[in-house]
Design a protein around this ligand. Structure first.
Ligand SMILES: [Zn+2]
Length: 247
């Protein structure tokens, strides 16, 4: 997981003020004030091809949690960081409604995620450090919340997560790092196996780069490239080879 920077990217038109997503949000706010607590949402709007394309480009076609490149083999999900329909704080708990209905069409709440991180692990799970700060409607300020799952833009995952070989770990015992790993399945076996395949190659390249062997420059250039945000599993490379990823 690495930070995703949306700051230089315009909000897709369908989610912009006055457009369809915005209008639906305003209607839901009125409905909430009239007592409605269960809402339906239109994937045609939040999952519109312009939204998805924008997220793909912003995230270099990588899942916002596991950093796998996904779009060459799957469509990927438009994931709501704060669950739109309802939330759970533990997996055995029933869904609490409403969810963050007013953020369903808010671009800051949307990310591209792989189906396994999104549908098999994170689902509607959204625990907070302090449940008393939870925003329960559009009248509350959700920015006061501290979610235990790291936000891919407003948090810097590199301050909470690190790697030892292919295994992701909380950095300095970060509770939020630990919860993020658990709730998005970042150490699931097939994902770890895939990272290990990548790591084996880079462990050999590190020998070349650190020992002035022939092709040292080429090896160093590969480390530089693999630490860039567009590269798959970039945090694993940065964590394992801090001396080799400097520009
Ligand atoms: Zn993923």
């Amino acid at each position: 997981m690495v930070r995703i920077d949306k700051s230089g990217t315009p909000v897709p038109e369908i989610l912009a003020p006055g457009e369809e997503g915005h209008q639906k949000t305003e209607n839901m706010k009125l409905d909430y004030d009239n007592g409605k607590r269960t809402f339906s949402f239109s994937s045609r709007i939040y999952g519109h091809k312009t939204v998805k394309e924008t997220l793909k480009n912003l995230q270099y076609h990588k899942c916002c949690f596991c950093e796998a490149k996904i779009t060459h083999i799957s469509h990927g999900d438009v994931e709501h960081f704060r669950p739109k329909g309802g939330f759970q704080t533990s997996l055995n708990e029933r869904l609490t409604k409403p969810g963050y209905y007013w953020l369903a069409y808010d671009f800051s709440n949307l990310f591209l995620a792989c189906q396994i991180c999104n549908q098999s692990y994170k689902k509607n799970y959204f625990p907070l450090a302090n449940e008393g700060q939870r925003a329960r409607s559009h009248h509350d300020d959700y920015r006061q919340e501290q979610s235990l799952i790291l936000h891919p833009e407003f948090d810097n995952p590199e301050q909470h997560l690190t790697f030892e070989q292919e295994v992701i770990k909380p950095l300095h015992g970060s509770v939020r790092g630990k919860e993020t790993i658990k709730r998005t399945g970042l150490n699931r076996k097939l994902l770890s196996d895939r990272r290990f395949e990548r790591l084996k190659i880079f462990n050999v390249l590190a020998l070349i780069a650190r020992n002035n062997l022939p092709n040292m420059q080429e090896a160093r250039e590969l480390f530089r490239q693999m630490a860039l945000p567009e590269s798959e599993y970039s945090l694993m490379i940065k964590s394992n080879f801090p001396d080799l990823v400097q520009v």
